[in-house]
Design a protein around this ligand. Structure first.
Ligand SMILES: CC(C)(COP(=O)(O)OP(=O)(O)OC[C@H]1O[C@@H](n2cnc3c(N)ncnc32)[C@H](O)[C@@H]1OP(=O)(O)O)[C@@H](O)C(=O)NCCC(=O)NCCS
Length: 186
């Protein structure tokens, strides 16, 4: 299993993957929702710009979108890593967002992908404590974060705001399931 930068992948397969997500599912926002294939190609250029910190919209920080590719080569999920926080992110979405293709859920992909993104966050951006948030009506996502050692820092009516201390890869919790052994999704 691996994470690839979204714009470096196969554009048609990326388009198909992004097309599987709603505009907003439990706070996982899909900016590519409803785009045509041509619009998606343009969108991917913006995703690359966002990674490089080019042409950032007001209030945005550099961020990298990754596609999670399983051991069969299927595109199974999307992970977004914000390189640093600003006030809005600190009190909101935090560093990391993720979604797994509906037909691939419940096999440990989000847990395995989150582990990889945490390792990347420390190695590439020096993030030692990741800030995340999760809707209170999304116990699966909270379970994913807890597998990686998340604690709830505080909450409001609708969300938990969680923190994960990131250790060197050897000291990070190992996912208890290996989705690679489950084969293809569907
Ligand atoms: C949340 C989401 C990312 C989980 O992806 P996934 O690949 O199915 O996650 P995993 O298989 O790694 O782990 C899911 C865990 O939640 C648990 N879970 C699932 N449904 C649950 C429920 N209703 N109550 C409690 N735990 C639940 C599973 O048992 C599993 O834990 P386990 O490994 O101990 O068995 C996926 O459902 C998704 O993409 N949802 C839409 C977008 C979203 O909500 N993103 C997160 C925003 S914070």
């Amino acid at each position: 299993m691996k994470l690839i930068k979204a714009w470096t992948g196969d554009l048609d397969r990326a388009y198909e993957l992004f097309g599987k997500f709603q505009a907003d599912e439990h706070g996982f926002v899909n900016d590519a929702y409803g785009l045509s294939r041509d619009e998606f190609a343009q969108y991917m250029r913006k995703v690359e710009d966002m990674h490089a910190g080019r042409n950032l919209p007001e209030g945005y920080v550099p961020a990298t979108k990754y596609i999670l590719v399983n051991d069969s080569g299927d595109y199974v999920g999307i992970f977004n890593l914000r390189h640093r926080l600003n006030d809005r992110l600190r009190e909101g979405a935090g560093h990391i967002g993720y979604g797994i293709a509906p037909e691939c859920r419940g096999r440990g992909y989000a847990t395995a992908g989150l582990r990889m993104i945490l390792v990347t966050a420390l190695a590439e951006y020096g993030i030692k404590e990741a800030y995340l948030s999760v809707n209170k009506d999304n116990p699966a996502s909270l379970a994913v974060q807890r597998h990686l050692g998340a604690r709830i820092d505080h909450d409001n009516d609708t969300e938990y705001f969680t923190r994960i201390r990131i250790a060197e890869p050897d000291a990070m919790p190992e996912p208890c399931r290996d989705p690679g052994k489950d084969g293809a999704c569907g």
